[in-house]
Write a protein that binds this ligand. Structure first.
Ligand code: SAM
Length: 275
């Protein structure tokens, strides 16, 4: 995997690290298998001394696990789409209600590598029908999604995790606009983004420069997720990692309340279709 696709590997490493902790928030066997094959040395280090370095990603994962469980608690919602799925293992590690169809969309090279790993490890989806969709989210991805069997007349639980800051504001808005068009009544949206102050935080500058140099620049943020999503027809509830149940005792940014300006923030969003 190269370019922005390589970021899927980092998230897998973070989830493998979490899986090795005794107080883990989830267990991700695909991430561990991926790390065994690509960075056995780091895996051995993590086994020897578990780390808190990736707590914020573990908390984010837990937040969206809970989001999906809540979304699928509605009997009408049996269609799930993970946009920019990367090495997401939820099809293999979460329990899904009977009849759930889950679509994983990402760039062709990322899904090709993922499928090799899935086959090699003989992973099978727990209880959902799993469909992979090789597509670019800046292109005609709805056509690819429909061709894979997605039905826009059925309510969908969407997940957009770890993606939007790799897109320009216009592209990110386009993804939301298009998925909204594909969202029947009763659909839900789980989404992660950052605010614009993230780009001004001194402690982010080295990371942002590294991302630019490596060709996976962070490009956008949103100041008011509720307002942005309301404009697209969604009622959003927004939290930050520090507000996630399960974050207690974890090393996540202790962000102050939202009326304090100038603070770098990660938005964790659950939204419901209003139209
Ligand atoms: C940080 S990873 C997150 C993966 C996954 N959502 C997770 O949390 O494990 C970002 C993912 O976005 C995907 N991505 C970035 N730009 C994309 C695009 N234009 N079209 C499709 N996928 C894209 C990358 O290939 C990568 O898998």
């Amino acid at each position: 995997m190269s370019g922005v696709g390589a970021t899927a590997a980092w998230i897998a490493y973070a989830r493998a690290a979490e899986t090795l902790r005794t107080d883990r928030l989830f267990t991700d066997p695909l991430a561990v298998a991926f790390m065994e094959r690509t960075n056995a040395e780091l895996l051995a280090q993590l086994r020897a001394s578990p780390t808190s370095r990736f707590d914020v990603l573990a908390v984010r994962t837990k937040y969206f696990d809970d989001y999906l469980a809540a979304a699928l608690a509605a009997p009408a919602v049996r269609q799930v789409v993970l946009l920019a799925a990367g090495l997401d293992c939820r099809a293999f590690r979460l329990e899904w209600p009977a009849g759930t169809r889950l679509f994983e969309l990402d760039l062709p090279e990322v899904l090709a590598e993922k499928e090799l790993l899935v086959q090699e490890c003989d992973f099978a989806p727990t209880s959902c029908g799993r469909h992979i969709v090789k597509a670019d989210l800046t292109g005609d991805w709805p056509a690819a999604l429909r061709a894979a069997g997605f039905d826009p007349d059925l309510p969908t639980a969407w997940l957009v995790e770890g993606l939007l800051y790799y897109l320009t504001a216009r592209e990110a808005d386009g993804v939301v606009r298009v998925l909204t068009r594909l969202s029947a009544a009763g659909s839900t949206l789980g989404l992660e983004h950052v605010n614009n102050d993230t780009y001004r935080a001194p402690w982010m500058q080295d990371w942002l420069a590294q991302m630019r140099t490596e060709g996976r620049a962070w490009k956008s943020g949103v100041a008011e997720p509720e307002r942005w999503l309301a404009g697209h027809g969604w009622r959003a509830e927004v939290t930050e990692p520090v507000g996630v149940p399960g974050a207690t005792g974890r090393q996540v940014p202790q962000t102050p309340s939202r009326d304090v300006p100038g603070v770098a923030r990660t938005w964790l969003v659950t939204a419901h279709r209003t139209e």
